[in-house]
Ligand binder design. Structure first.
Ligand code: ZN
Length: 405
């Protein structure tokens, strides 16, 4: 039963002590540290891990890029370096990020993938944002013009990792971080129209307002399904009927979730196993928080809180990464903390992060935790853990990479 995750026997809540009362040594002492002390430790560990990730994914390969993607490849390292720059304001990290993106730009030139996390849009969009931070107008122009050359084929899927939603996320990321109107409303509207048209088409015979398919399955989760597509739709301007479609789809998911509170990985699934960002409650929780922020409906706040309970009980996974590991699941509590302002959620985020900090690498070396198929990557490996630790320094500003905007 509990083979996918560790039983969560951490205390429901631990008050923070004053600096001299708390002593490092045991796990509960770690939880009782004053926040500035703990976040300082996590920050320093995050920066060390970042160095290891850079060495393993960029240094060792002689700065050659094979896998360029943010998910498991070099762009993930670039994103992590950018995060480090945001935390430390160290321009060496900004320069490093820019160099890696340049190598990804060359490696992805003939790529047919169009999304942010697994495709060319991620390279061009991150490149543009980094160029803006560096004050390099020419480079900014280069990446924006390359972004605008990306073509979406008519038979593209709609999901986040490879489909239209993943391209649309990149458009919203650019408009937020380079400036409103960087990607025109007309361009965005044409993509939204396609997503909505396909969703209504497939939903016709079902009970959900929108439905999508990827490789023959009607997924619900963030990576390939409804949660991911609904999230991205909520980052753009929607027509009134489209808002109702998104709300209706989320209500359908809430109404038909498992009795445990977890969410189905795909339509009709009876197997209540996965509590991952990619499949299950964590990815849906982040989408529900977005719905609560955008629409303000209490039903979405409550559903997000319910999903968070599932993550607390069953989310201490035996992997470290963002996609299906503890780091990714921790973002659910950071998101709920931002939504509710309740210190209980910050505590839960701390508890998961401290578990990783205290035991993560040791459990991997003992073979009791899986280090990830690509152990230094952002989405599957310790890159995600480094990112989480750096985000813990400013918890109300934390965002799940490539997902929360
Ligand atoms: Zn996953």
């Amino acid at each position: 039963m509990a083979d996918r995750y560790f039983a969560n026997d951490m205390p429901e809540f631990v008050e923070e002590a004053s600096a001299d009362e708390a002593k490092v040594g045991s796990f509960s002492k770690l939880l009782s540290l004053p926040y500035p002390t703990l976040s300082g430790m996590l920050r320093s560990s995050g920066l060390d891990l970042k160095q290891t990730v850079v060495m393993q994914t960029w240094g060792v390969s002689g700065k050659r890029v094979e896998d360029y993607t943010m998910y498991a490849g070099a762009l993930g390292t670039a994103w992590l370096a950018f995060k480090a720059y945001q935390v430390t304001n160290n321009h060496t990290d900004l320069k490093l990020c820019s160099d890696i993106v340049k190598a990804c730009d060359i490696a992805s030139r003939d790529s047919g993938y169009v999304s942010f996390i697994c495709g060319r849009a991620g390279v061009c969009a991150l490149g543009a944002v980094v160029a803006k931070h560096a004050g390099d107008e020419m480079l900014l122009g280069h990446y924006l013009s390359k972004f605008k050359e990306i073509k979406l084929s008519s038979n593209l899927p709609n999901e986040l990792l490879y489909g239209r939603a993943g391209y649309l996320w990149a458009c919203s990321f650019l408009n937020k971080n380079v400036g409103n109107g960087t990607i025109s409303t007309t361009r965005i509207r044409s993509v939204v129209d396609e997503i909505i048209k396909d969703g209504r088409q497939l939903a016709k015979k079902g009970r959900s307002s929108l439905m999508y398919e990827w490789h023959g399955k009607k997924y619900w989760g963030a990576a390939h399904g409804l949660a991911g597509i609904m999230y991205v739709l909520m980052t753009v301007q929607l027509k009134r009927e489209e808002v109702e479609d998104v709300k209706g789809t989320l209500r359908y998911m809430i109404k038909n979730r498992f009795p445990s509170g977890n969410f189905l990985s795909s339509e009709g699934s009876e197997s209540d196993r996965l509590v991952h960002w990619c499949h299950g409650a964590p990815g849906v929780a982040l989408t529900l928080v977005r719905a609560a922020e955008v629409f303000g409906d209490e039903e979405f706040v409550q559903a997000a809180i319910d999903a968070g309970e599932v993550v607390w009980r069953r989310g201490l996974l035996k992997r470290v990464g963002l996609c299906h590991g503890i780091s990714g699941n921790t973002y659910v509590f950071l998101s709920l903390y931002r939504l509710t302002g309740k210190v209980e959620y910050l505590y839960r985020a701390k508890a998961f992060a401290c578990f990783l900090y205290d035991k993560g690498l040791k459990l991997i070396s003992e073979g009791r935790m899986h280090g990830g198929d690509r152990p230094y990557s952002l989405f599957e490996g310790v890159g995600g853990m480094a990112h989480l630790f750096l985000d813990m320094t400013e918890p109300s500003e934390a965002r799940f990479p490539g997902y929360e905007l």
